[in-house]
Write a protein that binds this ligand. Structure first.
Ligand SMILES: CC(C)(COP(=O)(O)OP(=O)(O)OC[C@H]1O[C@@H](n2cnc3c(N)ncnc32)[C@H](O)[C@@H]1OP(=O)(O)O)[C@@H](O)C(=O)NCCC(=O)NCCSC(=O)c1cc(O)c2ccccc2c1O
Length: 134
């Protein structure tokens, strides 16, 4: 199963040439992941009471530019659910044109920075989104 959200390219996302500046894509990726955690019932505002989920690895490619006003679809799935980590595959498309795609690995940690296993509740909520390829 894919999880997806719409994202219109806004003025704030763009450089003077009207193209999305890549740090704004990283913010969109984080927004996508935060919205996914909302969707599975483990919102960041709850998670961050006792835990955190820092990113330990991220790889992104940008095969085509996005412009102010484009309507992107941001989508993710889970490639691997580890003991304490989760590997997301994500992509952005507009009118069947791929704008970025990649993977990121987040680790569930305690407030003192130690990796800690996902709960069974969270594992169950993640499971429908596990697919082996993007
Ligand atoms: C997160 C760490 C404390 C992990 O420490 P360590 O690597 O020593 O732990 P383990 O060896 O036990 O491994 C645990 C687990 O992680 C997997 N893993 C670790 N590193 C990698 C890697 N490079 N590539 C792939 N996988 C990795 C490992 O396989 C284990 O998986 P299992 O599933 O088998 O358990 C430590 O790495 C650390 O503190 N790193 C620094 C993180 C960091 O500073 N990132 C950049 C800035 S923070 C950030 O971007 C960020 C912060 C947030 O608060 C967020 C909140 C919400 C969403 C996103 C956030 C975010 O992106």
């Amino acid at each position: 199963m894919l999880f997806s959200i719409p994202q219109k390219v806004l003025f704030k996302h763009c450089d003077p040439a009207g193209l999305v500046f890549y740090p704004r894509y990283f913010e969109m990726i984080n927004d996508l992941i935060e919205t996914f955690f909302d969707h599975v019932g483990y919102p960041f505002e709850t998670l961050h009471g006792a835990y955190a989920v820092p990113t330990v690895q991220i790889d992104v490619t940008f095969p085509a530019p996005s412009r102010h006003g484009d309507h992107l679809e941001l989508a993710l799935q889970i490639h691997r659910l580890g003991t304490t980590s989760v590997t997301f595959g994500f992509r952005a498309t507009a009118n069947d044109s791929l704008r970025f795609e990649g993977t990121s690995i987040l680790v569930h940690i305690t407030k003192d920075g130690q990796p800690t296993p996902w709960t069974s509740t969270t594992r169950t909520a993640f499971t429908p989104y596990i697919r082996s390829t993007a």
